[in-house]
Design a protein around this ligand. Sequence first.
Ligand SMILES: [Zn+2]
Length: 133
Amino acid sequence: MSYIPSALRRFVTQRAAGQCEYCRFPQTASFFAFEMEHIIAEKHGGLSIAENLALACTYCNRFKGTDLGSLDPDTKKLTPFYNPRLQQWSNHFRLDGAIITPLTPEGRVTVKILQFNLSERIIEREQLISSGE
Ligand SMILES: [Zn+2]
């Protein structure tokens, strides 16, 4: 992965308000430092510029990897992931208690491949909710 200057890292982190831009988990509640995620992976020609970077938790970044999308589980059509630079989170996902429910095809492939509702992630969200965050 390319070197990302610290000023750009700071900008991306502040723009995201310290939350993972995919699952919305707060950096302050995570044991691991969040990462600079290339929305379009470098392998596919994505650049290390603000417009192509998102703040991502280790789960989301690891599960997304260099993928750009997947087959929608409902329609089986090739569908891009939710893009935090171009789309609004609340149009594609809804928080139902500690479960993230997808609302669109982009939401469905993102929830599936980034494994938003893995049991340990649901438990972490439940703990956050019960602590008032
Ligand atoms: Zn995340």
